[in-house]
Structures are given as structure tokens and as C-alpha cells.
Ligand binder design. Structure first.
Ligand SMILES: [Zn+2]
Length: 422
């Protein structure tokens, strides 16, 4: 049942966490692989999910519900006046393979619930609300990603239409068969001058809120990332005949470097994470001293300065270890994304709303990327995290109905508070 403060009107039922969870489960039936949640972008399952979301949007009182050029479903709840600005709420409905049911979908369904609650209360606000169910966040099917939110931010790269999936189908072809009006990408852009900002509810996908005993978290920003590879060339040799003192073992050098990456990651406390996730040993065999090794590098921080410094320190440590061990090493950072800090006033408004629900206010950065990050430097952006268990991108991903209900209440209260303050 909906909770309510003593003496106040009962909360509108669309905000009830159990109702949102039942919709999450219904949406999870739209899968390309029976028995698991697999809904890659622009697939038949995605199309069914898009139709279901369109239906719920219309039911919630959203008008002009349509599919945009990138396959997103967007609906609009009009303002109480003409020439009002627009606040965009959203998240994505594509998933990874064998995903959980909450990642992305939760943000879309809480946004729809908040609008439905307004409709139920007969409330129109001094600004319009748009709800976007983005089509392309996970980046599993095609090389490029976030194309839907990028189109809204006005930074869509037309080259992404030429991306090809494993079956040889281009994004352009996939969009056409999805039914998206591909030629109208320009219509996706929202003019920042007419937009109050973008707000996204998402599961945390990490253990911080759970450890803090807090159902909701105020996201301080989305971490920037540096990603690349370290390649080490030593000398391969026979494990039986090559004396220890004469070896230039690429793998033991890599081992020392990997520990140096971990140590550097730890040196900045909670502000930075540094990970080696892959290790490739060329021609590996039990009786061969490894001559060539490559490992990946992933460094993330909310501060670009901190991240840049950490990468420089890692480069220095790698060079140092390589020299000492008589191997050659190169660090190649091929992918760099700047951090996207959340907008101060929107973030503080969200914090006040969470406080108003008698909940602890926990602030945390997002280590994972989200649609929200593309609005960096374009329009104000904020995110609300919901406590989640068992990580994410796997079927054990979980958020409790009570927490989901609180997130929907917070988003609804955020809309009302925005009406007071904007
Ligand atoms: Zn997501």
C-alpha cells in the first residue's frame, strides 16, 4: 500500500513500488532469448518492449508518444501554460545479454509512474515533462553507443549509422526495420535554452548504498574513464634451459605492473578506481618463459585531473618496472571520456527531496556510464541511484520494491519542488 505522512493525503498509487516491479517483470517478458533477459538494441524483443512502454506512457497521460529517429520512445506531458520549458526524464530499455530486469528499465518506469501520479492528482506543472525510453545505452550490438541520448543532446555522430553488428546488419538497416524515422535525427535534439535539464533514476549497480543502509543515493557525477592496453615484450625461452638470472620474463613483469596499477588505484582512497581486467599471454605453454604479454587498463575518477595524474603515475611505474626487468613496455590509452559532474542546483534539490522522505542523504559518484553523461556541457543533468544488490548486468541484479517505491516518490516530489523553484 502507498505510504503517507500523518495528516496528508495518501500518495498516488502509481508510485507504489510493487506496481512498478510488476511492470518491470512484464517488460522482462520482452526478451530475445526465452528464459533470460536479453534485449539488445533494435531487436524484435526491443520492439515489443517499445510498444509496451508506449502503451504505459499513453495510459499515464503522456501525449505525442512516438518513436524517434534513433528508436527511442518519447512522450510529453504538457505544461499548465504556453511557451513553458521542458524537463526530460529518462533511461534506457535495451539490455546486455543475460541481464537483470532493473538496469535502465527502472528509470523509464519510475518516470512514467511520476507522470501518472501527476495525472491522477490532476496536476499540471509550469513546465512540460518529456519521458524518454532510450534505445541504445549498453553498446553490446554495435560498436558505438549512447546514440539515442546523444541525438537528444545534439551530438549524434552520423557515422554510427554505418556500424555493423556481428550478423553484418548496419545500424541504419536495423533502425529502418525497427520502424524508426532514421532521416529525422535532427528532430531528436532538444534546445538547451528550452530545457530545464535531464534527470535519470537508475539502480546503483554497486555496493555503496547497501553498505550505507540507504535506499537512495544522490549521484555527484559520472566518472571519467581512461582505457587502454599495456604491451610487454621480453624474451621467450625454454623453461628448463634458461637460467633465472638471464630471463626477461614478460609475464612476471606484467604481474608486478598489475600490482602497481592496483596500488595506484588504492592510493586515492574512494576517489579513483584502477583495474586490469584482461591478460593475454602470447604462445603460452607450461614449459615456455613468456616473451610477450598484453593486459588491459581501466582507470576511472570523478576528477579528470586525478585520473590524468593516476595514468601518468601508472605509465611511470610501468616504465620503471620494464627497465629493471630488462623488458620493453608500452602503454596505449585508446579511449578517454571526461567526467560528467551532476548539476549543482538539481543535485541539491534531489538531496532535499530525499531528506524530506526522512531518508539518509548519501552522495556518491557513478563509476558506470549512463545516458545522463552525454548531457555534460549541454544542459543540467542529475541522477538518483536506487540501492541494488548482486551487482548488475546479471540475472541476480535486484532492487527491493520498497526502495523502488521510495525512488518513485522522490522523483514525484522532485517534480513538485522543481515547480516551486524554477
Ligand atoms: Zn543502465
Amino acid at each position: 500500500m502507498p505510504r503517507s505522512a500523518p495528516g496528508s493525503a495518501p500518495l498516488p498509487s502509481p508510485l507504489d513500488g510493487e506496481i512498478i516491479v510488476s511492470r518491470l517483470k512484464e517488460l522482462a517478458a520482452c526478451t530475445d532469448v526465452p528464459g533470460e533477459m536479453t534485449r539488445l538494441t533494435l531487436t524484435p524483443a526491443h520492439k515489443r518492449a517499445a510498444a509496451q512502454v508506449s502503451f504505459w506512457m499513453r495510459e499515464a497521460g503522456l501525449a505525442q508518444v512516438h518513436m524517434d529517429a534513433t528508436g527511442s520512445i518519447v512522450g510529453r506531458y504538457a505544461a499548465d501554460r504556453a511557451n513553458a520549458k521542458t524537463l526530460v526524464l529518462g533511461s534506457h530499455i535495451d539490455t546486455v545479454r543475460n541481464a537483470g530486469i532493473y538496469d535502465g528499465n527502472l528509470g523509464v518506469l519510475t518516470a512514467i509512474a511520476a507522470v501518472e501520479a501527476l495525472k491522477q492528482q490532476g496536476i499540471r506543472l509550469p513546465f512540460a515533462i518529456e519521458v524518454a525510453a532510450f534505445a541504445d545505452e549498453e553498446g553490446v550490438r554495435f560498436l558505438s553507443t549512447l546514440t539515442s541520448s546523444k541525438a537528444m543532446a545534439g551530438i549524434f555522430d552520423p557515422k554510427s549509422l554505418e556500424d555493423v553488428d556481428a550478423q553484418g546488419i548496419s545500424r541504419m538497416e536495423a533502425l529502418r526495420s525497427f520502424g524508426a524515422p532514421v532521416d529525422r535525427v535532427a528532430d531528436c535534439r532538444r534546445d538547451p535554452a528550452e530545457t530545464l535539464g535531464y534527470v535519470e533514476v537508475h539502480i546503483e549497480q554497486g555496493p555503496v548504498l547497501e553498505a550505507a543502509g540507504a535506499p537512495l543515493g544522490i549521484v555527484t557525477g559520472i566518472a571519467g574513464a581512461s582505457r587502454g592496453h599495456v604491451r610487454i615484450r621480453g624474451e621467450a625461452g625454454h623453461s628448463g634451459t634458461l637460467p633465472m638470472a638471464m630471463r626477461h620474463d614478460a609475464l612476471t613483469a606484467a604481474a608486478e605492473m598489475i600490482l602497481a596499477v592496483e596500488a595506484r588505484g588504492r592510493a586515492d582512497g574512494k576517489e579513483l578506481v584502477a583495474t586490469v581486467g584482461t591478460l593475454i599471454i602470447a604462445g603460452s605453454a607450461v614449459n615456455v618463459v613468456p616473451g610477450e604479454v598484453q593486459f588491459s587498463l581501466d582507470v576511472r575518477a570523478l576528477s579528470d585531473e586525478l585520473r590524468t595524474r593516476a595514468v601518468a603515475d601508472i605509465r611511470a611505474a610501468v616504465a620503471d618496472i620494464a627497465e629493471r626487468r630488462g623488458v620493453k613496455a608500452s602503454v596505449d590509452i585508446g579511449h578517454e571520456v571526461p567526467a560528467a559532474p551532476c548539476h549543482g542546483p538539481l543535485k541539491e534539490r534531489m538531496a532535499k527531496v530525499v531528506e524530506g522522505l526522512q531518508l539518509p542523504v548519501v552522495r556518491l559518484p557513478s563509476g558506470a556510464g549512463h545516458d545522463a553523461m552525454v548531457f555534460r556541457g549541454v544542459m543540467p543533468m542529475a541522477m538518483l541511484f536506487v540501492r541494488s544488490e548482486n551487482g548488475s548486468h546479471n540475472p541476480r541484479e535486484y532492487a527491493a520494491p520498497a526502495d523502488i517505491g521510495l525512488a518513485a516518490e522522490a522523483l514525484y516530489a522532485f517534480l513538485l519542488k522543481t515547480a516551486e523553484e524554477e
